[in-house]
Design a protein around this ligand. Structure first.
Ligand code: AMP
Ligand code: MG
Length: 428
């Protein structure tokens, strides 16, 4: 039988999070295979080698405006400068610029030799092949020019290994001539759903049956965490079915099992894990939802896809209730997956938000709570994102889960969420 929520033998949320973080840090030493993938496939993958600049960025001093390249000191006297040529983007740098001359230039074009500023088209009077800066306007050397190499020098490291590649980094890689990028092989997470009541999504449930929603949910969460989901068929609540399913699941780099970890008669997952040599780090947390969460490691068989030096293969027994599964995945499984993926990105992700005026929900003494909530990130300028609790009917409430985009964290010492209070939110 598992312990009651207030049982001092259960870990606190902070203790459990620290323990998982320590285990994730131990995984920092492993070396997944490196694969080369096309730029278009790179978003969300983890960069395996630093990205370096193939040439200076920008590769030449360039104009940030449409206007006239000139010498700042000459233009600032307000005497006319003769227009001695024009350069548009794509042309080689021209010049040298003769004394008291200006050179018509377009955004992105290279600055002619000898020029040290660009005056904007809108700021000059152009007449009979000459320009004059409107008084009393003056221009400083360097204005509207980005110097060659201002952003990076050829050979500079631009991005470190371990980042999860986003669109801005795709742009940088493209500018540096990478048609493909080296990325780490994704860790594979087995998702084993358990429960006699579960039927596949496409089936019509008989009375008393429900569709397996945790499987697709966790597959989506695993993919979003930068790993490869491996959905196994649902296992029935029998020792035999669990043994057979676990024998398969151990091939993965991480095992996510849902259901069967509460204190009920058919909660057979822990004994099944014990039969394959599991070492349990914890079997419950003083939190809600997610109290029955199980975390531990299995002896390594040696044929897994990742080369894990220290021999740790972790598993989570996630509670079957969908909200509990989601919260415990985000808080505890995501950091382990990030470590397996060699990602430097921190997980879980928290932010601060301001509670909506009608927040009267109470915390529970001795438990850290994560309440489904909706945060409006498009806050008015200068104000913090606002967050409102989504009304819910307990941790099986999939409708509430689907209507939320974060969870408000209620630390165990706080019993009430005051309207307008600044709270921590766990991002979904
Ligand atoms: P358990 O942790 O097995 O006691 O399950 C707790 C609750 O979660 C029960 O109401 C189960 O029917 C439900 N549940 C368990 N697994 C799933 C699943 N894969 N999809 C949806 N609901 C589930
Ligand atoms: Mg069950």
């Amino acid at each position: 039988m598992k312990s009651a929520p207030s049982d001092p033998a259960l870990l606190t949320f902070d203790q459990a999070a620290a323990l998982v973080a320590k285990c994730a840090a131990r995984l920092g030493k492993h070396h997944p295979a490196i694969e080369e993938i096309d730029l278009a496939q790179a978003p969300g993958r983890v960069l395996a080698r630093p990205l370096t600049a193939d040439r200076d960025q920008p590769p030449f001093a360039r104009s940030t405006r449409d206007g006239f390249a000139c010498r700042a000191a000459e233009a600032s006297t307000h005497k006319p400068l003769s227009i001695s040529g024009a350069t548009h983007a794509g042309l080689a740098p021209s010049g040298p610029l003769a004394p008291r001359a200006a050179w018509e230039i377009m955004t992105g074009a290279p600055i002619p030799l000898g020029a040290d500023a660009v005056v904007m088209l809108e700021h000059v009077e152009a007449k009979s092949g000459r320009i004059k800066l409107f008084p009393p306007r003056t221009v400083e050397a360097g204005e509207n020019i980005v110097a060659q190499g201002a952003q990076a020098r050829a050979g500079d490291e631009l991005l470190p290994a371990g980042i999860r590649i986003h669109s801005g980094q795709i742009a940088l890689a493209a500018a540096c001539g990478y048609v493909s990028l080296p990325v780490f092989a994704r860790p594979r997470a087995a998702i084993l759903t358990t429960g006699d009541e579960l039927v596949p999504v496409g089936a019509s449930p008989a009375p008393g049956q429900i569709r397996n929603s945790n499987g697709p949910m966790l597959a989506a969460m695993v993919a979003a965490a930068g790993a490869e989901p491996w959905l196994l068929p649902t296992a029935a609540d029998t020792a035999q079915a669990l043994d057979a399913a676990l024998a398969q699941a151990v091939e993965a780099d991480l095992l996510l099992i849902t259901g069967g970890v509460s204190a009920g008669k058919f909660d057979l997952v822990e004994p099944a894990l014990a039969r394959i040599g599991a070492r349990f780090h914890f079997t419950g947390i003083r939190m809600q939802p997610g109290k029955p969460l199980v975390f531990g490691e299995l002896p390594v068989s040696g044929n897994e896809s990742l080369q894990i030096e220290n021999g740790a293969k972790y598993f989570f027994g996630l509670p079957g209730n969908p909200v509990s599964s989601a919260v415990t995945f985000l808080l505890f499984a995501a950091p382990i997956l990030a470590a397996l993926a060699c990602s430097r990105e921190p997980a879980p992700r928290f932010a601060l938000a301001r509670m909506a005026p009608h927040a009267d929900r109470h915390g529970k003494p001795g438990l850290t709570r994560f309440l489904p909530a909706h945060c409006t990130f498009s806050a008015a300028p200068g104000s913090m994102p606002g967050v409102a609790l989504v009304s819910w009917h307990g941790s099986g409430d999939l409708v509430a889960l689907a209507r939320s985009n974060c969870f408000v964290m209620v630390p165990d010492e706080a019993h009430t969420l005051e309207p307008g209070a600044i709270v921590r939110i766990l991002l979904f």
